[in-house]
Ligand binder design. Structure first.
Ligand SMILES: [Zn+2]
Length: 375
């Protein structure tokens, strides 16, 4: 499996200059071709991009010093974006701005060295750079495959090191848990444990909303407008960091404590159609939780399953299996079964159902494997 370690990076002034010049070259090339495509049309884009690439590389002072591979990568990304926008869901690519996240990937894995004792990373062309992160580690696991250097929206530098880890053998499970993800309670576990939404995050959301309002009052393009936008960018990155930290804490605990872990799949169609901001944020949060649970389970030899998104986990009675359509909307907080008089918290009821679905998937998996061996 592949795994990424992301470090905050502190390049000195010379290193910063080198990194920024790569970003500048990439951005120039990207915007240059985008404007060409806007002018000449998308149809023969691939041909004239190849054609004028050499030209730009020779003549432009921003692009010339940047390695061809980095320029190629950003052009591939542009071509990808153009392909995507044909499938209508994505809009036509926009010009890249200095304020956005900029990144490039270094593939010479033999020359990338991470030393967590001295807290330094060695990168080709750039040399040794101070890093921060993973305080309790003295080394990283796995074999380094590549490193992505980025300057995020908040203007800070990061490096993400991708490593390859051989698969861990699954351990024999001794316990099982079902998890219901929700808006009111972030995660309800089938054994009654709960994880609340982080209050800290709510505070950020308020500040972001206020900042958005402020921005809408500023004149576009003015100095104050850019100041405000920068402030907003910083808030967004801080929020996403705070959220990530909290989610990592939760998924670490869950994958440490349980051997068979089951969640529901997310209803992607509903997610796309959603326009509510707080619902959108929680969707992002849910998919991040699922992603983390998946790779952490794999890393620890635990089993992770996802019940079908169409399984009626909140409508089914976890005791007798009776399905009551009444519980389809989110209004009711308690599940009351007409048949067996079972009364349970709605989320807990759902998480128990999800646990049973996980058990089914586990048994199916095991049985099928054994049956296959017999043949
Ligand atoms: Zn019942």
């Amino acid at each position: 499996m592949y795994l990424a370690y992301k470090f905050r990076m502190y390049p000195d002034e010379i290193q910063k200059k080198k990194i920024n010049s790569i970003f500048d070259g990439q951005r120039y090339a990207y915007n240059y071709y985008l404007s060409e495509i806007k002018e000449k049309g998308n149809k023969y884009a691939n041909y004239y991009i190849q054609d004028s690439m050499n030209n730009l590389k020779k003549t432009n002072e921003l692009v010339a010093p940047v390695r061809q591979t980095y320029i190629n990568k950003i052009i591939f990304r542009l071509q990808d974006n153009l392909k995507k926008c044909k499938n209508s869901k994505f809009g036509f690519p926009r010009y890249k701005s200095y304020l956005e996240r900029n990144s490039f990937t270094i593939n010479e894995n033999d020359y990338i060295k991470v030393n967590l004792k001295t807290r330094k990373i060695k990168l080709p062309d750039l040399g040794e750079i101070k890093i921060r992160g993973y305080r309790d580690r003295t080394s990283i696991d796995g074999m380094v495959r590549n490193a992505t250097v980025s300057r995020e929206k908040n203007g800070k530098y990061y490096v993400s090191v991708l490593v390859y880890l051989p698969d861990v053998k699954s351990i024999e499970p001794t316990n099982i848990v079902g998890i219901d993800l929700g808006i009111k309670m972030l995660a309800t576990l089938s054994d009654g444990n709960i994880y609340e939404n982080n209050r800290y995050i709510e505070k950020y959301e308020k500040r972001i909303k206020r900042c958005h309002k402020e921005l809408s009052r500023k004149q576009k393009g003015s100095n104050n407008y850019y100041k405000c936008r920068k402030k907003l960018n910083i808030l967004y990155t801080e929020l996403s960091n705070a959220r990530k930290y909290y989610l990592h804490k939760i998924t670490k605990e869950i994958t440490d404590n349980y051997d068979i872990i089951t969640c529901e799949k997310l209803r992607t169609q509903e997610m796309i159609e959603n326009t509510n901001l707080s619902k959108k944020i929680s969707d992002v949060e849910f998919s991040e939780i699922l992603r983390q649970l998946q790779y952490k389970s794999k890393r620890k030899g635990k089993r992770f399953y996802q019940a079908s998104e169409y399984y009626p986990s909140s409508q089914t009675c976890s005791v007798c299996g009776h399905i009551d359509k009444k519980y389809k909307d989110l209004g009711e907080r308690t599940y009351e079964c007409n048949y067996c008089q079972n009364i349970l918290d709605r989320d807990l009821n759902a998480s128990i159902n999800i646990m049973f679905e996980g058990l089914k998937l586990f048994m199916k998996n095991r049985y099928l494997k054994k049956a296959y061996k017999r043949i």
